[in-house]
Design a protein around this ligand. Structure first.
Ligand SMILES: Cc1cc2nc3c(=O)[nH]c(=O)nc-3n(C[C@H](O)[C@H](O)[C@H](O)COP(=O)(O)OP(=O)(O)OC[C@H]3O[C@@H](n4cnc5c(N)ncnc54)[C@H](O)[C@@H]3O)c2cc1C
Length: 618
């Protein structure tokens, strides 16, 4: 195949970075300043940033392989034609049966390899609206994500070298799928645009957190960083908690402190430990970070008791508030002259092309009809008030707060939060054009809980898809736009007919069609939400786990509610923000100053952004 190994033989021979350990003995029983759990998107970005400082030592423990020399990961077009999804480099999670999807289960791939999901994802690099940002850390993260594109950052980004006709139609003035986005990388991603891709245009290979943050580290610096693949973290270790001390009457209670982690190569392998002098940082992703917290005794006490796990900290929000971009699609038979990409075409064209997207706001979906918009919001708010998400009062209060903020943001001034995303798919076999529709602001919530106390068992994932009635309504509106794209936009000239699948016609019964076809856009988040403990939050605005010293979570799980964007750009940016905060906190601890450098605002009610928006309107 001319596009892959024949033209790029070096992919197979890329040497492993010198930081990568060959044996667990390089890490077991050692002490590091920081121990990072998971060498994924956030984990390696953090590792790269934290190891910048002289004298610091960082260990990363990754359950998956190092992944060097694997074409499926390095060759961009393999993301579409020969993906690593479903391979041994994928955790291959699956949701529980989803009542909202006619009882179906949904496959949830996650990268199990250095680079994590950035190594197996669809390469879209999309930045989120400034106004959609719920917390200060995320506002900064969006600025970083945008600047990376504008000025060049560690993650190599590039645009298609060739514009296919269907892509041109998608973003056409007046006849495109939506009005053109004015500034998708400058805080306003509403509208149609061609997204940048995480592709290194010099080598025409995929850019991942490994290629961005680990591979460029110099040999001199690599001594500060040990990266251990193929080792599964089984739990976090703590110093004895203040509540156990015999003289607790006399001494003020100290919170438990994370002192390291336990890990093993497999279920039957011996469990060994590593010590963290300063901090343990969980970066295991939206499924595994809550699982590891729960295995370590941090979670809802009643849930932990079911598995005979002693409670270190009763934190009911762990694993709650889970959200995802649920998505469906329509498929069209393309006309013979549609000129769609093909794998056998040259590298420059076949690497990209699936980057055409469109974010649509609620007002746009409802043709700016004020009464329809108000009626949608009123219905959604009423439903939210009665919608029980489980967990305890704090989790329920947090749900009501976040759903209320989210509904405000759906109609927020000039730059509301995106409600649905449409994606153009042109890489299908058999000359098919797809239009995918993905809900961006779900009001449904799910959860991740332990299925057993065995760390090697997969957790129980309930995505909660479409459990809130308004999500289905919004997805129906999005589906209508996907149908219009095929019949009433410039794209229609490339289309021969709608492909009717499985007996349900999306034009006559959109709801049934969605329930039968919907799945994931691969963007789970929020299972360790950055919110106050009284709202069922898990980390504070500085990524610190509530009530535990020396433990942070930095990955997609901390986002308080689903962003209207793909997630990788924001996860990189969150890791950058977290690295700055961690360094700052360490310096403050050393000098004895307070730790309040940087903004650490938790999820709020959006008033601050409201002020900004007011200025904007002026
Ligand atoms: C198929 C797919 C397509 C996607 N497409 C896009 C896209 O086109 N654009 C986009 O922006 N986003 C996309 N995403 C989403 C995006 O890639 C992820 O949201 C993001 O990369 C998550 O980053 P993370 O750091 O939270 O987790 P991850 O990158 O998944 O990292 C978690 C890491 O922790 C490791 N780990 C987990 N448990 C343990 C343990 N017990 N011990 C040790 N290590 C452990 C994992 O192996 C993994 O390496 C896609 C995701 C998938 C799966």
């Amino acid at each position: 195949d001319s596009c892959t190994s024949a033209q790029r033989p070096w992919i197979k021979h890329t040497p492993k970075h010198t930081s990568i350990c060959d044996s667990y003995a390089d890490v077991a029983d050692h002490t590091f300043d920081y121990v990072i759990v998971g060498g994924g998107t956030a984990g390696l970005a953090l590792a790269g940033r934290l190891s910048e400082d002289e004298g610091v030592s960082v260990a990363v423990i990754e359950a998956g392989d190092a992944g060097y020399g694997v074409e499926k990961l390095a060759v961009p077009q393999d993301a579409y034609y020969d993906s690593a999804v479903g391979s041994s480099l994928d955790w291959s999670f699956s949701t529980a049966s989803q009542a909202g999807l006619d009882g179906r289960t949904v496959a949830w791939p996650r990268g199990k390899v250095l680079g994590g999901s950035s190594a197996i994802n669809g390469l879209y690099y999309v930045s989120q609206n400034y106004m959609g940002q719920p917390v200060a850390a995320l506002q900064k993260a969006t600025a970083f994500a945008s600047e990376t594109l504008a000025r060049g950052g560690p993650v190599c980004l590039s645009y298609p070298a060739h514009t296919y006709r269907a892509v041109r139609d998608w973003v056409a003035n007046d006849t495109g799928v939506a009005p053109r986005a004015e500034a998708p990388y400058d805080g306003d991603n509403l509208g149609a645009f061609v997204a940048a891709s995480t592709i290194d245009a010099q080598s025409w290979t995929r850019a991942t957190s490994r290629t961005a943050y680990l591979d460029p580290i110099s040999a001199e610096r690599s001594g500060r960083l040990r990266v251990l693949p193929n080792q599964h973290v089984t739990r976090v270790l703590f110093s004895s908690s203040g509540k156990d001390s015999k003289d607790k009457q006399q001494q003020p209670q100290q919170p438990p402190r994370a002192t390291g982690v336990e890990f093993a190569a497999s279920k039957d392998a011996p469990r060994v430990t590593v010590t963290a002098q300063r901090e343990v940082i969980l970066a295991a992703g939206a499924v595994s970070s809550p699982q590891i917290l729960q295995l370590s005794g941090i979670g809802a006490a009643d849930q932990l008791a079911k598995h005979n796990i002693s409670t270190v900290k009763d934190l009911p929000g762990v694993g709650q508030h889970l959200q995802d971009h649920v998505s469906t699609k329509v498929s069209y038979k393309a006309k013979p002259d549609a000129h769609l990409p093909h794998r056998s075409e040259n590298l420059h064209t076949a690497s990209y092309v699936d980057g055409a997207v469109a974010y649509l706001s609620l007002p746009e979906l409802l043709a700016y009809d004020e009464s329809k918009i108000q009626s949608f919001i009123d219905d959604a708010r009423n439903t939210s008030q009665k919608h029980v998400v489980g967990g305890n009062n704090a989790v329920q209060t947090g749900y009501e707060r976040t759903s209320s903020v989210l509904l405000d943001k759906l109609t927020w001034g000039k730059r509301p939060k995106g409600a649905v995303e449409l994606l153009l798919g042109t890489m299908q076999p058999n000359h098919v054009i797809e239009v995918q529709v993905a809900l961006q602001s779900p009001l449904s919530r799910g959860n991740v809980f332990l299925a057993s106390s065995d760390p090697f068992d997969k957790p129980h994932i309930d995505a909660g898809y479409l459990s809130h009635a308004s999500d289905l309504k919004l997805l129906v509106l999005g589906l209508q736009r996907a149908l219009e794209a095929g019949s009433d936009s410039a794209l229609a000239q490339r289309i021969e007919s709608l492909i009717e699948g499985d007996n349900v016609d999306p034009r006559s019964d959109a709801e049934a069609y969605i329930r039968k076809t919907a799945g994931t856009e691969y963007h789970p988040s929020s299972s360790c939400a950055m919110m106050d403990e009284s709202l069922g939050g898990v980390v504070d605005g500085r990524f610190r786990v509530h009530g535990i010293d020396g433990l942070r979570v930095v990955d997609a799980s901390v986002v308080p509610y689903a962003l209207s964007s793909h997630l990788a750009a924001e996860v990189y940016a969150l890791a950058e923000v977290a690295a700055d905060l961690i360094k700052h906190d360490h310096r403050s601890a050393e000098t004895g100053e307070g730790d309040e450098g940087g903004d650490d605002e938790d999820c709020d009610d959006g008033e601050d952004e409201g002020e900004d928006e007011g200025e904007d309107e002026e």
